[in-house]
Design a protein around this ligand. Structure first.
Ligand code: ATP
Length: 434
């Protein structure tokens, strides 16, 4: 990573910590490697991102929701191929004892540079635990490494109970766990993370068309969150890079401060998963098509994105530093519909007449918006704080407000200020939200 990118990334993390977005897990005990806690603003931003995704996916007639359990029957992981094949190459440095994922072409230890490293061996990334009081093989369970399998095993439950016809999709948001050898870049690659996955069931014939449809749909959704077209890129997986289950795969990559990396994965998984579950469970999972009057195993188009990775990407995209009167102004240019605070109400002084107006305005606005009420400190410092947490608008109540029933709206991006009537603020927000 260049110094400039390193600097940008550490600035983002430091604002996240200082302003209540993200804290290291169990920090008072020294933290736990690769685990993070979302603070008050972090969880709000995360929930906003999940809400946008969920609504985009399920507010249509051909996609339903699901919330499957994290623990699943251990045979699920045999059928899916995870028990045998979900591994990364692990190597040890004989000199400094560092343990790392052996990337292609790597010949030296990434920690000390020694060439004295072991041959790689397969390391399974699934977390193992035991269900019930016996630590026997028969009670072994795994923390799911992806949410997708919960959807496949429920395919017929959902199709039949909801009387759905193919094509249709199932969307799910939930935690996934991978014992990554080398977690990196804070929440970019962690061992516990959240996924938003949608599996779309279609006939084989139509699968290529639906792949193209979802590819475009996903890109448009990411752009609607505020990403710029120039920082998102499609990357096609070549035949030899394809995962064992995939007929076709494409990633949407984002230009993170340290380089271009996968943000979302799109796969045509064929009928691999359903046919494996049919084989291992002994239960028929075929869909009966009333039009063609025949049964078949549908193909699956998958879209899969990590909430945490999206969170980091959106903050990286929105982070800006500007020079204002010889001081650095830091800000997150977040879109109004995902910003954790949408409007800040700031009384200019602690005079009771001003506080009264500001408090009543704030509680009115709370019915519809995420509001922060802040009455302490200089107005300049309060504006800076709002810039740093990405609040698109501040409403300042001053002495004149008591006379003319107007307030000052301050725009985050341009810092422009304008006076509008207090009663028109709600409509102003509606008109200016994007
Ligand atoms: P990578 O190559 O980055 O490890 P992957 O190809 O294994 O990712 P998928 O299995 O396709 O990832 O998972 C789908 C999405 O889930 C990824 O695009 C990413 O957004 C997210 N994701 C996967 N692994 C992690 C992780 N360890 N931490 C955070 N997010 C993750």
């Amino acid at each position: 990573m260049s110094n400039k990118s390193q600097n940008k990334f550490s600035q983002i993390l430091s604002v996240c910590k200082a302003r209540g977005f993200l804290f290291p897990s169990s920090e008072i005990y020294g933290g736990l490697n690769s685990c993070w806690d979302y603070g008050p603003l972090g969880v709000q931003l995360k929930n906003n991102l999940k809400k946008q995704w969920w609504e985009n996916m399920t507010k249509r007639s051909d996609v339903t929701g699901l919330d499957a359990s994290i623990f699943m029957h251990p045979k699920v992981w045999e059928a899916s191929g995870h028990l045998d094949g979900f591994t990364d190459p692990l190597s040890d440095c004989r000199d400094c004892k560092h343990r790392f994922r052996l990337e292609e072409g790597m010949t030296t230890c990434p920690n000390c540079g020694s060439k004295n490293i072991t041959e790689s061996r397969d390391f399974n990334l699934m977390f193992k635990s035991f269900m019930g009081p016996l630590e026997a093989e028969s009670s072994t369970v795994y923390l799911r490494p992806e949410t997708a399998q919960g959807i496949y095993v429920n395919f017929l439950n959902v199709q039949q109970s909801m009387r759905l016809k193919i094509p249709f999709g199932m969307a799910q948001i939930g935690k996934a766990f991978r014992n990554e050898i080398t977690p990196s870049h804070s929440i970019f690659r962690t061992r516990e993370f959240e996924q938003m996955e949608m599996q779309f069931f279609t006939s084989k014939k139509e699968s290529a068309r639906w792949f193209d449809y979802w590819r475009e749909e996903r890109m448009q959704h990411l752009l609607s969150l505020g990403f710029k077209e120039t920082e998102l890129h499609f990357k096609v997986h070549e035949k030899e890079e394809l995962a064992h289950y995939a007929q076709k795969a494409e990633d949407i990559e984002f230009d993170f401060p340290w380089g271009r990396r996968e943000l979302e994965g799109l796969h045509n998984r064929g009928d691999f998963d359903l046919s494996q579950h049919q084989k291992f469970s002994g239960k028929k999972l075929q869909y009966f098509c009333p039009v063609e009057n025949k049964s078949y195993l549908p193909y699956v188009i998958e879209t899969s994105i990590g909430v945490d990775r999206l969170f980091l990407a959106i903050l990286s995209s929105a982070y800006k530093e500007e020079n204002v009167n010889n001081e650095t102004r830091k800000l997150f240019k977040l879109s109004s519909h995902i910003a954790p605070v949408q409007i800040a109400v700031l009384p200019l002084s602690k005079k009771s007449a001003l506080l009264e107006i500001a408090e009543s305005l704030s509680s009115d606005l709370q019915k519809e918006w995420f509001v922060e009420y802040d009455s302490s400190g200089s107005i300049g410092k309060r504006y800076r704080r709002q810039d740093e947490i990405g609040t698109p608008f501040c409403a300042t109540i001053d002495f004149e407000s008591c006379e003319d029933n107007k307030l000052t709206i301050r725009y985050r991006d341009s810092m422009k200020q304008e006076r509008i009537s207090i009663e028109s603020l709600n409509n102003f927000l509606k008109d200016n939200f994007k």
